[in-house]
Write a protein that binds this ligand. Sequence first.
Ligand SMILES: C[S@@+](CC[C@H](N)C(=O)[O-])C[C@H]1O[C@@H](n2cnc3c(N)ncnc32)[C@H](O)[C@@H]1O
Ligand SMILES: [Zn+2]
Length: 272
Amino acid sequence: MFIMLRCPKCGEKLTDEGRSFICPNHHCYDKAKSGYVNLLLSNQMKTKLPGDNKLMVQARKSFLDKGYYEILAKTLQNSVKEHAFAGCKILDAGCGEGYYTEKIGEAVSGIASEIVGIDISKCAAEYAARRTKSALFAVASVFRLPIETESCDILTTLFAPYCGEEFQRVLKREVTMIMVIPSERHLWQLKCAVYDEPYQNDVKSFDLSGFELIKRDTICGNIDISCNEDIISLFSMTPYFYKTSEENQQRLVKIESLTTEIGFEMLTYKKL
Ligand SMILES: C[S@@+](CC[C@H](N)C(=O)[O-])C[C@H]1O[C@@H](n2cnc3c(N)ncnc32)[C@H](O)[C@@H]1O
Ligand SMILES: [Zn+2]
């Protein structure tokens, strides 16, 4: 039973009818075989296949499943658990292929009543739905969430686009939003291996209108990547992949092992 979802056409509540979701105005959205539901209307799509493509989704899955970012997953689990309560409803906005959504599901198993993962990439939703049944995955944009107003108790957003207005709308008052962003030196040695003049990530102010920052966890460490396949996967799941010349990308093909810094800012906010 998913009570957070609303119809992207008319905004009425969607009811889970087993194979599809239906609103009182008879708008019907079939579930894919894997279980996700596509709630992205064709007039909301700027491109034919928006969001991360199959190559990026597969690269992210392959890399994350090897546990390289386990340190982040654990901190996220602890934080979500701290804010969760019986019957709470959780939204993972821009969930990708569901690695962290699954981790959230494990952390609040038997506590949360509903977990929904939203991503604009159909491919990501497909992979996520195959990964875990602890959440429902829907294809939609964070800029137009098919989620009921003030229905959500915890919202997580990891390395994904931010839409303050929509996040404010779907969250209840005084509840939690957990945001994860890369810190300045995240993947520094990977960038040094590719670029002649690497630059540090630009970390913007943590102030967000309508939210109060209540906690900042800085997570950092080093990861040893001992095979070329994983190095390529890591690079392919970053935004640098499409911004890097063929010549610079070729530099990675020759590297068999790499130790790189990783760094994340986990920011916990309260909706005001
Ligand atoms: C860097 S990935 C992060 C995925 C996941 N949160 C993780 O950390 O593994 C960013 C994700 O945002 C999705 N995305 C991009 N634009 C979006 C939008 N407007 N609405 C929803 N998702 C979007 C992409 O398809 C991609 O899966
Ligand atoms: Zn409808």
